[in-house]
Design a protein around this ligand. Sequence first.
Ligand SMILES: [Zn+2]
Length: 266
Amino acid sequence: MKVLLSREAVHTGNLILVNREYGYREHGCRQHECWQQASKMPAPGEGAAGFCRNLCLKEPAAGALKRLMSEIHGWDRIVPVSAWRSQEEQQEIWDQSMEENGREFTEKYVAVPGHSEHQTGLAIDLGRRQEQIDFIRPDFPYEGICQRFRELSGSWGFVERYPADKEHITGIGHEPWHFRYVGLPHAAVMAREGLVLEEYIAFLKDYEYGSSFYGVKLGRGEARISYIRARGDVTELELPAAYPCELSGDNVEGFIFTEWRHFNGE
Ligand SMILES: [Zn+2]
């Protein structure tokens, strides 16, 4: 099966790398209505009123969060603090934080407008439900229900995006509350290999599509992951038609190809 990938497509998909170096460039649908509310996310309590609006995620992140939260009855004790943000909202948050907290704090915890994962609709900040919730740095400890969420999040395609020991790579301070959807099997591989998204994309470049792949067994199947470098304006690709597969841009220079091979119990 022949597939043509435009250069623009590099900037779309669940695995796009958005950080200080690479801005969010996805065009196309940015309409609020086209995004899904992650399962009637409850409004935060009184102390947190005033900032909870437009709490939306893109599919399939919204559906995955919904199912994970229902499995652990998470919304009883966890509140969604911030999800999708427009460029304008990110700018407002940046400006306000610069004014209130100064440059050093802001650069550590707030992404430069245009470079926030929140603009992708694939990231969410979560906080422990309590009276006072810090909008920029919500409390999301490594214990109790928050830790339970964290431990299961990888099975639903989420990663804790800014760990403490990777600040020099992500360029963002330790954020125990910020989760990013990358989907499966990628969240599982990143956890297994101990990689943040910057490292994971670099790691996959060693598995060039057509000549090698990174294989991972999940449930009753195996996922094979490989990397395709974009060539010119249109990348032409011959895909195997036998198995379900997915493509995502990396927002830099290529695509991640994932093929699912399911065992049929034989
Ligand atoms: Zn965040």
